[in-house]
Design a protein around this ligand. Structure first.
Ligand code: 13P
Length: 255
């Protein structure tokens, strides 16, 4: 049986309340159909999680957050704790997005603590990894991925209970650039990530997503990659029809 893909819509800081609500409400029926074929996770900005959540959940979609605090609670002005996200219905949380690594100087250690907060609060972390253009050109991709994953593995690799972890491979050079790696390159990287997780975190039920300039033009070719469990979509998730088409193409459904 074909597995149900996980398609994550990362709205970044693009849609306000009205637009977020319209995205869900104007497309209610189509969204409900889409959730039959794929696990749809919508990641709006923090203030929208609750309102969008009500609409999205009614259509069978899930709500995720784009980030969370590495600490449980306390004097951390401007931060949002993982347990607060869980309380408003988030089931997933992105951690370590390259924009946060780059613009907010997040370290691998901080990101590992965020992933742990997500897990202990009953949500599934979507941990983003990926190399920059410079690192790609220096052929450092696997070194970078290992560095980005190993802190988390060191902290939770010994855990006996099974836990779910989604790793999103998002090469920084592919985000918003219109460029994507080849199918063979993504296959090789997904294999490496799965093998790394199996060795260093034996209780981890790991899934791999691809993200970076995913749109209708590449969704079908990405669907050939057996090792991929889904996609993390930025710009092409803002317009519902574009998003629907790419989900259908990736899930091999008629448009
Ligand atoms: P784009 O799909 O706009 O390239 O963004 C990718 C991304 O950063 C998703 O998290």
């Amino acid at each position: 049986m074909q597995k149900k893909p996980i398609i994550v819509a990362n709205w970044k800081m693009q849609l306000g309340v009205t637009e977020s609500m319209q995205w869900c409400m104007h497309n209610k029926q189509e969204l409900a159909q889409l959730t039959q074929q794929a696990t749809i996770v919508i990641c709006p900005s923090f203030p929208m999680a609750l309102v969008v959540g009500v609409e999205a959940v009614a259509s069978g979609a899930f709500i995720g957050a784009q980030d969370c605090c590495a600490f449980e609670k306390g004097a951390h002005t401007g931060q949002v704790a993982a347990h607060m996200l869980a309380q408003v219905g988030c089931k997933y949380c992105i951690v370590g997005h390259s924009e946060r690594r780059l613009f907010y100087r997040e370290s691998d250690e901080e990101i590992a603590y965020k992933a742990i907060q997500v897990l202990v609060n009953g949500m599934i972390p979507i941990l983003c990894v990926g190399e920059t253009k410079e690192q790609l050109e220096k052929q450092q991709t696997f070194q970078v991925l290992e560095r980005q994953l190993q802190v988390l593995a060191q902290k939770i690799g010994h855990i006996k209970e099974e836990f779910a972890l989604i790793i999103a491979y998002e090469p920084v050079w592919a985000i918003g650039s219109g460029q994507t790696p080849t199918v063979q390159e993504i296959e090789k990287i997904a294999d490496w990530i799965l093998a790394f997780c199996k060795t260093t975190m034996p209780s981890c039920l790991a899934k791999v997503l691809y993200g970076g300039s995913v749109d209708e033009s590449v969704a079908q070719s990405l669907s050939q990659i057996q090792q991929l469990d889904g996609l993390l979509v930025g710009g092409a998730s803002l317009d519902f029809q574009k998003f629907k088409n790419l989900v259908s193409l990736f899930s091999k459904l008629p448009l």
